[in-house]
Write a protein that binds this ligand. Structure first.
Ligand code: AMP
Ligand code: ZN
Length: 112
């Protein structure tokens, strides 16, 4: 997607503080962190969000959670706890229409 911000980040056209990248996903620090650790894990393929997921995306979703586990370990937030979440649609506050998982931790998080 030509004008999608997270596609541009995935292609390296917009700078990000990348913490992980492989053939399927890129992970980078959120520009407006809501916790000491706030990383976005994003598929390199443009998927708009949860509502447009299809059977063929099963692998990427599982992969994203495994990357979240890995990054939580690397950032030393596994033991104390962390949150992985996805916003879907306007009521949830989704502003970037390219699927992304938030990984939050490093402090006590507000209960949802
Ligand atoms: P959401 O509200 O779930 O759509 O989350 C979008 C997230 O993207 C927000 O937490 C923003 O702070 C973050 N964000 C927006 N632009 C950038 C950017 N250029 N680099 C890193 N994070 C960004
Ligand atoms: Zn995109």
């Amino acid at each position: 997607m030509k004008d999608c911000l997270f596609c541009k980040i995935a292609r390296g056209e917009v700078k990000s503080e990348t913490v992980y990248s492989d053939e399927l996903v890129i992970a980078f620090n959120d520009i407006n962190p809501q916790a000491p650790v706030h990383i976005l894990i994003v598929p390199k393929e443009h998927i708009e969000g949860v509502t447009t997921l299809e059977e063929k995306h099963k692998n990427i979703i599982g992969h994203i959670l495994l990357v979240a586990k890995r990054l939580a370990g690397e950032k030393s937030i596994s033991e104390d706890g962390f949150r992985v979440l996805v916003n879907s649609g306007s009521n949830a506050g989704q502003v970037v229409e390219h699927l992304h998982f938030h990984l939050l931790g490093g402090d006590r998080l507000k209960p949802i």
